[in-house]
Design a protein around this ligand. Structure first.
Ligand code: UT7
Length: 328
C-alpha cells in the first residue's frame, strides 16, 4: 500500500507580537532578535484560544482540501508539548470538535519533531493496513509555557497549528510519501525541556511556581549545534534511502527555529537559499506546528512543483529529530 498527502491546512492566532512589542517587555532589541534568529514577529493565542482550537481549524482546512469528511478519518495523531490538559489527550478533544466519530485519537510527545514522528506513525499504520485515512496535526500554544521575563527564550516562540490528511492509495502519481526517518538521543533531554507541571515539579506543588520551575528552559547554544548536525543526518538518511542526492530536491522545508540553524544546515547539504521555504520571520518557532504550517503555505502558494521531491527535516527537545521525503 502507498501513502499519499491529500490535504494540508494551517491555523494561526490573529494576535501579532512584534520585536518592537518585545522591546517593551524585556531587555532586547529588534536588531538582536533579527540578526541572531531571523524572527520579526510571532502569533500569540488570546483568551479562549487553546491548542485544540488551532488544531481543529487546521484539520478542517486540510480535510476540505482533501475532500474528506470527518467521519472518514480512522486515526488522529496530534504532536504537541502544550496540550490543553495533561489528560485527556488534546487529540480526543479535536476528535470531538471535528465530529471525527470513527477515529482513534492520541497525542504524541516529540517536541519540535512531533509532526515528522506523526507522519512516520501514519505511514506505518497505512503500510500495515491498520488505517486508511489519517489526520496528522502539529499544534502548540507555547506562549503559555515560556517565561515572559526571560529574554533568552521568550523572543523565540509562537503559537499555531498545521495539519495534513494522509491516505492509503494504490497509485504513485502525486503527493506520494516516499519515506520517513526518526531518531532520538535522550542523553541531552535536559538541554531543552519544560521544567514544571509533570511528576518531577508538579503544578500542584506551590514551590514549582514560587521558585520559577514551571517554564520552558533551553541551553540555546548547545541545542543550536546539535540541531545543525541532527537535521543534516536526518536529511542525508532520507536521500540515501531513496537513492537521491541534494540536487534531486526541489524544496526543503526545515523546522523553523532559527535562520542561522537553517543556513548552516543548508550549507552542509549544499542547498541554495531559493530551494528552502522559510516563514520563521512571521511566526517564530512553533515547535511541532512549524513544518505543517510551512508545508501548507508552500502548497497554497504553489511553491512545490508537481512531480518534484520535497524534503522535510525536524529537530527538537528530547533530542528528537527526523525527516520525510515526498514526491509531490
Ligand atoms: O526548536 C528546537 C530547537 N531550538 C532551537 O533550535 C534553538 C537553538 N538555539 C538558538 O536558536 C540560539 O542559540 C539562540 C537564538 C537561542 C541564542 O543565540 P546565540 O547566538 O546562541 O546567543 P547566546 O545564547 O550565545 O547569547 C549571546 C548573548 C548573551 O549575552 P552575553 O552573555 O554574551 O553578555 C545573552 O545574554 O546574547 C544575550 N541574549 C540576548 N540579548 C538581547 C540572549 N537573548 C537575548 C535577547 N536580546 N533576546
Amino acid at each position: 500500500m502507498n501513502v499519499k498527502i491529500t490535504g494540508t491546512g494551517s491555523a494561526l492566532p490573529g494576535k501579532i507580537l512584534t520585536n518592537a512589542d518585545l522591546e517593551r517587555l524585556v531587555d532586547t532589541s529588534d536588531v538582536w532578535i533579527t540578526s541572531r534568529t531571523g524572527i520579526k514577529e510571532r502569533r500569540i493565542a488570546v483568551e479562549g484560544e487553546y491548542t485544540s482550537t488551532f488544531a481543529a481549524e487546521a484539520a478542517r482546512r486540510a480535510l476540505a482540501m482533501a475532500g474528506a469528511q470527518p467521519e472518514e478519518i480512522d486515526l488522529i495523531i496530534l504532536g504537541t508539548v502544550t496540550p490543553d490538559f495533561p489528560f485527556p489527550s488534546t487529540a480526543c478533544i479535536v476528535q470531538d470538535l471535528l465530529g471525527a466519530t470513527n477515529a482513534t485519537a492520541f497525542d504524541l510527545s516529540a517536541a519540535c519533531s512531533g509532526f515528522i514522528y506523526g507522519l512516520s506513525i501514519a505511514e506505518n499504520y497505512i503500510r500495515s493496513g491498520s488505517a486508511k485515512k489519517i489526520l496528522v496535526i502539529g499544534s502548540e500554544v507555547l506562549s503559555r509555557i515560556v517565561d515572559w521575563q526571560d529574554r533568552n527564550t521568550c523572543v523565540l516562540f509562537g503559537d499555531g497549528a498545521g495539519a495534513v490528511v494522509v491516505e492509503a492509495t494504490e497509485d504513485t502519481d502525486c503527493h506520494t510519501l516516499l519515506s520517513t526517518h526518526t531518531f532520538s538521543n535522550g542523553s541531552h533531554w535536559n538541554l531543552l525541556y519544560q521544567q514544571g507541571s509533570g511528576s518531577r515539579n508538579p503544578a500542584t506543588d506551590r514551590r514549582t511556581i514560587d521558585e520559577g520551575r514551571i517554564y520552558l528552559a533551553m541551553e540555546g547554544n548547545d541545542v543550536f549545534k546539535h540541531a545543525v548536525r541532527g537535521m543534516e543526518e536526518a536529511a542525508v538518511k532520507a536521500l540515501d534511502a531513496n537513492g537521491l542526492t541534494t540536487s534531486d530536491i526541489s524544496l526543503l522545508i526545515p523546522h523553523q527555529a532559527n535562520q542561522r540553524i537553517i543556513d548552516a544546515t543548508a550549507k552542509r547539504l549544499g542547498l541554495d537559499a531559493n530551494r528552502i521555504f522559510i516563514n520563521l520571520h512571521r511566526y517564530g518557532n512553533t515547535s511541532s506546528a512549524s513544518i505543517p504550517i510551512a508545508l501548507d503555505e508552500a502548497n497554497r502558494q504553489g511553491r512545490i512543483t508537481p512531480g518534484s521531491n520535497l524534503l522535510m527535516v525536524a529537530f527538537g527537545g528530547g533530542f528528537t529529530y527526523g525527516s520525510a521525503l515526498v514526491n509531490w
